[in-house]
Design a protein around this ligand. Structure first.
Ligand SMILES: [Zn+2]
Length: 297
């Protein structure tokens, strides 16, 4: 998984060695012609190595995941990085603005964007954005992590999906090792083809990634609509552990305090975590003071 950084580009944004590049790239337009742009951040390491794609906000109201991704990026120094991190922190900008799961004014919508992958270059706006995310980022990366939060009004105990939990694509080992490196207590081994409640998951990013032999993990943590700070610091640490697991940062993943439990059937319950604000890790405390979801781009 060692890509050469030269000539790497994502939706036209070029990776630069030992540098951070931030750009907003047009990806469509609203009904009145207002341009819609995706925020793209590319951190080019000092040395060649794997390429990881980090995504959040595909559901526009899931701000806890957005803050986790933001926190990971602020902790990475390009001079200490091997390979390339490419990130889209607000992957569904129209829905982010209205703080809704899907774009509320979508033609024939709203759509759940995580049900329309791999998208369509000639579809409605949500499908066009999904098409760009899939082909310009997921397909160009060695590994993808997609950060989510609970449905609006709920809180969700952090877990990560291994979806599907088989090795038809030949990527199971790296998906399992990366899920463990992230360090949630719960890892949900999801059977191929299983529904999420009544929702058919054929168009989910993890499903389509797997069909294209691209390993994708989906992390679920905290609340939508507002940032669940108790989960941010630990999840940022988990993201950095995944970079260590891929050899992109020096050192081994740091062991978490609690052991992993594997969930093999059913959905993890939406359990309200015990509030532990006073025990926030240092990383989270630093982030609390400068939370600006759009400050990176
Ligand atoms: Zn989501």
């Amino acid at each position: 998984m060692a890509n050469q950084m030269a000539n790497q580009e994502f939706l036209g944004v070029k990776a630069e060695r030992n540098a951070v590049v931030r750009q907003r790239v047009p990806v469509g337009q609203l009904g009145d012609g207002t341009p819609v742009t995706l925020p793209v951040i590319v951190i080019g390491g000092k040395d060649d190595g794997p390429t990881i794609y980090l995504q959040s906000g595909i559901h526009g109201d899931e701000v806890t995941g957005i803050e986790v991704l933001r926190g990971i990026l602020t902790q990475v120094n390009p001079s200490e990085l091997r390979g390339t991190i490419v990130a889209v922190p607000t992957a569904n900008p129209p829905a982010f603005i209205s703080k809704t799961r899907g774009f509320s004014l979508e033609e024939r919508g709203p759509f759940d964007m995580n049900r329309v992958f791999p998208g369509s270059a000639h579809g409605v706006l949500s499908e066009r954005i999904a098409h760009a995310l899939f082909h310009e980022f997921v397909m160009k990366a060695d590994f993808t992590v997609d950060f989510h939060s609970a449905l609006a009004g709920c809180n969700i105990y952090p877990f990560i999906y291994v979806d599907p939990d088989d090795n038809e694509s030949g990527t199971l080992d790296v998906r399992v090792s990366m899920a463990r490196a992230f360090g949630t207590e719960l890892v949900y081994h999801k059977k191929r083809g299983s529904k999420l409640g009544t929702s058919v998951m054929t168009g989910a990013l993890s499903t389509q990634g797997d069909l294209h032999k691209k390993p994708v993990l989906m992390a679920e943590l905290g609340e939508a609509q507002r940032i669940t700070w108790d989960m941010v610091g630990r999840s940022v640490d988990g993201g950095l552990n995944m970079l260590r697991e891929l050899g992109m940062l020096a050192g081994k993943p740091v062991a978490t305090k609690e052991p992993l439990r594997n969930v093999t059937s059913g959905l993890p319950a939406m359990i309200p975590p015990a509030p532990k604000s006073s025990a926030l890790p240092n990383a989270a405390r630093r982030l609390v003071n400068r939370s600006r979801p759009t400050s990176l781009y």
